[in-house]
Ligand binder design. Structure first.
Ligand SMILES: Nc1ncnc2c1ncn2[C@@H]1O[C@H](COP(=O)(O)OP(=O)(O)OP(=O)(O)O)[C@@H](O)[C@H]1O
Length: 287
């Protein structure tokens, strides 16, 4: 099957049978194709983090089933059977401090593969490869991860997941707290991992410019439900939907809307600002 990840009728309830009981996922159906770059958006509290935690069974559904390749996760899935799934699905949390713990960068990155029995030269090679993939200087390997900059910590966190050679990378707001340059660096890295290493990317983001520019598909969540899954250009040009769900409009779409209001129609809307400028220049040249 082409579909790498499948959610069927997935419901998740926090603090069940208490006065604080809360249905955070409500009968979610979702398909994510192998090799795609999918962004998950939605207001705070809409269920994005809850959804992605089901992909490597950090949370289990109360109802329904999640399939990741030929691995099935239901309420009855035992924690004993999760090792292979966790190897296949790498999870990068919102703050790198949530996953860095060792005394040196090398130890942090080596932790996962050594748990899978990789030792000696092979382990060193695995760590070096992961560090090279995120373009982190190897001279940092013997430093404490806590002495690094925010962007470098983020890269160590991603490298520690890449050292497991995952097929799927799930990232919860991986650019939160970084400056603009740091944000672009991490997003370009994620795109490279998708395009060149063929890793499926699932990105939770509040940054609509990035979502528009980088994703193949966007999943919109509201009140624990998936209310839309489509190409980014289909999403942001749907004015009534954007208004109804109060979505931030990406810069490229704003420029396009402004041009349209002045009677200047582009043949193709590009969501990448550099490509958009080329599109405008070409159109002007041909007029
Ligand atoms: N442990 C918990 N107990 C009770 N309710 C919870 C728990 N964790 C999350 N929730 C609630 O579930 C809902 C969904 O939370 P979730 O973190 O999945 O949302 P989100 O879309 O990722 O939000 P954000 O954009 O702020 O990260 C929220 O209303 C949240 O308060």
């Amino acid at each position: 099957m082409d579909n790498e990840i499948l959610f069927k009728n997935v419901t998740h309830i926090y603090q069940e049978n208490t006065p604080n009981q809360f249905k955070a996922l409500d009968a979610v159906d979702l398909k994510i194709k192998k090799g795609s770059f999918v962004s998950i958006i939605g207001k705070t509290g809409s269920g994005k983090s809850t959804l992605i935690k089901h992909i490597n069974a950090l949370l289990k559904p109360h109802d329904g089933i999640i399939k990741v390749g030929d691995f099935s996760i239901t309420s009855k899935t035992s924690n004993k059977n999760l090792k292979d799934l966790r190897k296949k699905v790498g999870m990068v949390f919102q703050f790198p401090e949530q996953q860095l713990f060792a005394e040196t960068v090398r130890e942090d990155i080596a932790f996962g593969p050594s748990n899978f029995g990789i030792t000696g030269d092979k382990l060193n090679e695995t760590v070096d490869n992961a560090v090279d993939l995120v373009r982190l200087d190897r001279s940092l390997l013997n430093q404490s991860p806590f002495e690094l900059s925010g962007g470098q910590k983020r890269r160590v966190a991603i490298a520690s997941v890449l050292a497991m050679n995952p097929e799927i990378l799930v990232l919860d707001e991986p650019t939160a707290g970084l400056d603009l340059e740091g944000q672009h660096y991490i997003l370009d890295l994620i795109r490279r991992l998708n395009r060149e290493e063929k890793i499926t990317i699932i990105l939770v983001s509040h940054q609509m410019d990035d979502v528009a520019k980088y994703s193949d598909e966007v999943v919109v969540m509201s009140n624990g439900k998936v209310i839309k899954q489509c190409y980014p250009d289909q999403l942001f040009v749907d004015k009534s939907f954007v208004e109804k769900y109060d979505l931030e409009i990406p810069e490229a779409v704003k420029i396009n809307n402004m041009l349209e209001s002045k009677g200047f129609h582009l043949d193709k809307l590009s969501l990448d600002s550099d490509e958009l400028i080329n599109e405008i220049v070409n159109k002007l040249r041909n007029e």
